[in-house]
Design a protein around this ligand. Structure first.
Ligand SMILES: [Zn+2]
Length: 318
């Protein structure tokens, strides 16, 4: 029987800080959640907050080797706990997110915190340092532009449609053609789709991401995609993961099969290509469970609780 989710994954990952252009940074970590930062003339924009303030402080220490500018904006790509609960470490004037992200935190932020802590305890360095849920202070529905000043251009926060969650946004730096895509795109890491809208994500949402024409892309997990070919490959892999799941689970449903049959079929179809990528086994039970619900007409993802996590895991992944 497999250990629950990533509860047995306790070996720290190597973090790599990459300078993508003058004043544009990404910290990747072998498949752990990526974060980024963009310098304005006299301030910083940070992208994603990590799981705890103690974890985030480690990232800020690395960043401070490059710049001492204060953090004016903290941008949250979506509501998931491992992306938002470290926010207090940044001392940001503004915490920006999509309208739906704020609503999701109000609706299910507490449950998501408990769920993610149980699934991936390693990311929660000193969980007692989390002061509470993270509340965005500025939210928007379509687009929010941050003028960076000093000839650095602008950073455009854009909603591309429902995808990994109901409220994902990307951060786009047109002057440098660099895209921080959050969990809407993964580069050689498995997708987590337990809170997703698979059909929209695989179609219009990824089309909108691709249409930006990025030449460098920082996905939610995995290495930075550098160059148009690598960016296209990351988007293509993300779409293929989704469409393969959709094909398999739809076929099982049409044939009168069960959720467990659908899990087996999707797992078998994806494993040859994606089975060795980070968090594949962790994600699959939650992914197929949500997709099954979506195809059954359940409009919005059912809230994951620590208890429901275990029930679904025990039903599918043993
Ligand atoms: Zn996420």
């Amino acid at each position: 029987m497999k250990a629950f989710a990533s509860s047995a994954d306790l070996v720290a990952k190597e973090q790599t800080l990459e300078v993508l252009a003058d004043g544009v940074y990404a910290l990747t970590a072998e498949g752990d959640p990526n974060v980024g930062a963009i310098e304005g003339e006299d301030f910083l924009v940070c992208f994603e907050a990590m799981a705890t303030p103690v974890a985030a402080a480690g990232w800020l220490e690395r960043l401070r080797e490059h710049t001492t500018k204060p953090v004016r904006y903290l941008v949250l790509s979506h509501y998931h706990a491992v992306r938002v609960l470290g926010a207090s470490a940044f001392g940001a004037d503004v915490i920006a997110a999509h309208d739906n992200t704020r609503a999701l935190i109000a609706e299910r932020g507490q449950q998501d915190w408990e769920s993610e802590l149980g699934r991936m305890p390693r990311l929660f360095r000193d969980p007692s340092s989390i002061p509470g849920l993270t509340w965005p202070t500025v939210t928007f529905s379509d687009r929010l532009t941050i003028h960076l000043g000093g000839g650095r251009g602008e950073l455009v926060l854009t909603y591309c449609g429902r995808g990994h969650t109901e409220g994902d946004i990307v951060a786009w730096l047109p002057k440098r053609k660099i895209l921080f895509a959050g969990d809407l795109v993964e580069a050689q890491a498995a997708l987590y789709t337990g809170d997703a809208f698979h059909r929209e994500w695989a179609a219009g949402t990824l089309d909108a991401v691709a249409a930006l024409g990025a030449e460098s892309l920082v996905g939610g997990r995995g290495a930075v995609a550098r160059g148009e070919q690598a960016v296209s490959a990351a988007i293509r892999q993300t779409r293929d993961f989704l469409t393969t799941m959709l094909e398999q689970v739809s076929a099982v449903r049409a044939a009168g099969g069960t959720l467990r049959d659908a899990f087996m079929a999707a797992h078998s179809a994806l494993a040859p290509r994606y089975g060795r990528w980070p968090i594949f086994e962790h994600c699959m039970p939650f992914n197929v469970s949500r997709l099954w619900d979506e195809l059954s007409g359940t409009e919005r993802p059912v809230i994951w609780t620590a208890q429901r996590d275990r029930e679904v895991w025990d039903h599918l992944q043993d």
